[in-house]
Design a protein around this ligand. Structure first.
Ligand code: NAP
Length: 488
């Protein structure tokens, strides 16, 4: 695959780190391969940065941040709006780059570019609405007020499953309020990050405000981010395991932290659900991105009265899903990102079958070969199965049977995770009862698709800290300062 020939503007394909407003090679000259997960073909060689380059990037961000913060919010907002416009103008190319390095179907990639760009537009608008308060003073001669000020330099680490949106959801709010950032993208998907940097550069975001440092040695790069006193905040999206490491490493420098971590989403179908809505919702939630999203349904709990009908209707739709190269027409499911991810799916399915599960469709590697896996439905799922307690991160729906509402809530909450939970019912009372009882950051009734820039995205328990997007998203990048003026 010659990626340059697929896009209209090949200068969006960058291979250097973006530090202090310039694309640069690794100091050592080292590069790493970016591959297409469909063919395993190398599509680019990208700078493999070491810890000293991360330090350079932090220095650049630290030097540039005060002047950026000193601009008016409107000035910053206007530059961010240009960045948004450029992303939308180049949406087709950004989607092609994303599909080439990550494998999701092109239509889904285009959807992600729209979704990712919406955070830039939204936070350009929100930047102008950051304000403090004048407080009612308890003293006649003193005034009390609060200022909301940028934290300074923040570090971001992002995953491969949303190579565009996980970056904009962090970078846009941070820079909109006057911070500067250093970002390490996932090693599988650095090209989407670097294309965003190229467009930010064209939009006029000053040198040093956004720095992108790709590299294979994530622990070394992350360690520098956490230990440097000049970095005042860490924002991370990825696995709970790595989130714990970053939290520990940030303890010495007492950083502000937000973490978007793993999930183990329940999807509950009650007897009184609209069957078609529940099946559509389950497909949207479970099979999007080949099951590789943190909010994908991982455990499907179905009430006994509708269990067989739901299983049959879901199976019919899932069996008809077209699997293939994301660049081919009508493909709705691409490959699993890598061999390790593929083996986890195989392991979960083998374990489920060994413990009594029945495969209604799928259940094995797809004939496309490589890391393609058949969209799968398993009935007779049990609590003892690995897929009950671990995120499968693949296209496998495991159906558990339950009898009562109370039992469904207990099962749904029986996990250390608490990101998204879905449920389907036509009973309005139940919508509220269940929504309030679910120990999750996001309780979603009667739909499987809901992500947008206006909804606060985030989890509780081992799924993380903080919220991204929405009117709350800027809070993660601001400190509240009390100002008291006496002698009035
Ligand atoms: P991951 O292994 O935690 O990797 C995420 C990022 O962390 C990558 O950039 C990775 O770099 C980096 N990293 C790995 N080890 C590190 C270390 N010791 N120090 C610093 N950085 C380190 O997760 P993943 O497999 O890419 O992503 C899947 C996970 O992300 C799932 O659990 C999913 O649920 C979660 N996720 C959560 C959300 C959310 O919003 N809550 C959204 C998407 C995904 P390398 O690529 O170089 O290894």
């Amino acid at each position: 695959m010659d990626l340059h020939s697929l896009v209209k503007d090949s200068s969006l394909i960058q291979s250097g780190a973006y530090i202090n407003g310039a694309f640069v090679s690794a100091k050592s000259g080292a590069t790493f391969d970016v591959t297409n997960p469909v063919t395993n073909e190398v599509i680019a060689k990208v700078a493999d940065c070491d810890a000293s380059m991360m330090e350079d990037a932090i220095s650049a961000a630290h030097a540039a941040q005060p002047a950026w913060a000193a601009k008016t919010a409107k000035e910053r907002a206007n530059i961010l709006k240009k960045w948004y416009d450029l992303c939308m103008e180049n949406a087709d190319d950004l989607a092609i780059i994303l599909t080439a390095e990550m494998g999701k179907p092109l239509a889904e990639a285009k959807g992600e570019i729209g979704y990712g760009s919406s955070f830039i537009e939204w936070f350009a608008e929100q930047a102008k609405r950051v304000s403090g308060d004048v407080l009612e003073s308890p003293f006649a001669d003193k005034k009390f007020m609060t200022l909301r000020q940028p934290v300074g330099v923040f570090a971001a680490i992002t995953p491969w499953n949303f190579p565009n949106a996980m970056i904009t959801r962090k970078v846009a709010p941070g820079i909109a309020v006057g911070c500067a950032c250093v970002l390490k993208p996932a090693e599988q998907t650095p090209l989407s990050a670097l294309a965003l940097a190229e467009l930010a550069h064209r939009a006029g975001i000053p040198a040093g405000i956004i720095n992108i440092i790709p590299g294979m040695d994530a622990p070394a790069l992350g360690d520098v981010m956490c230990r440097d006193e000049r970095v005042r905040k860490i924002t991370f999206t990825g696995s709970t395991e790595v989130g714990r490491i970053l939290m520990r490493q940030s303890a010495d420098t007492i950083k502000k932290i937000s973490l978007e971590l793993g999930g183990n989403a329940p999807l509950i179908v009650f007897d009184d659900a609209d069957l078609d809505v529940a099946v559509e919702g389950a497909i949207a939630s479970k099979y999007r991105n080949a099951g590789q999203t943190c909010v994908c349904a991982n455990r499907v709990f179905v009430q006994a009265g509708i269990y067989d009908k739901f299983a049959a209707a879901l199976t019919e739709k899932v069996a008809a899903m077209k699997v293939g190269d994301g660049f081919d027409n009508d493909v709705v499911q691409g490959p699993i990102i890598d061999q390790q991810g593929f083996e986890k799916v195989e392991r979960h399915v083998a374990d489920a079958v060994a413990k009594g599960g029945t495969i209604l469709t799928g259940g094995k590697a797809h004939e496309m070969g490589g890391t393609f896996y058949e969209p799968t439905v398993i009935t007779g799922a049990q609590k003892e199965m690995q897929l009950y307690s671990e995120e499968t991160f693949g296209p496998v729906a495991a159906l558990f049977k339950f009898d009562t509402e109370e039992e469904a809530i207990t099962l749904a909450n029986d996990t250390i995770f608490g990101l998204a939970a879905y449920y389907f019912t036509k009973d309005v009372g139940r919508v509220f009862r269940v929504g309030e009882a679910l120990e999750y950051g996001m309780a979603i009734a009667n739909t499987g698709a809901y992500s947008s820039e206006i909804g606060p995205f985030g989890g509780v328990k081992a799924s993380g800290l903080g919220r991204e997007g929405s009117i709350y998203g800027v809070d993660e990048f601001l400190e509240i300062k009390l100002m008291v003026v006496g002698g009035i």
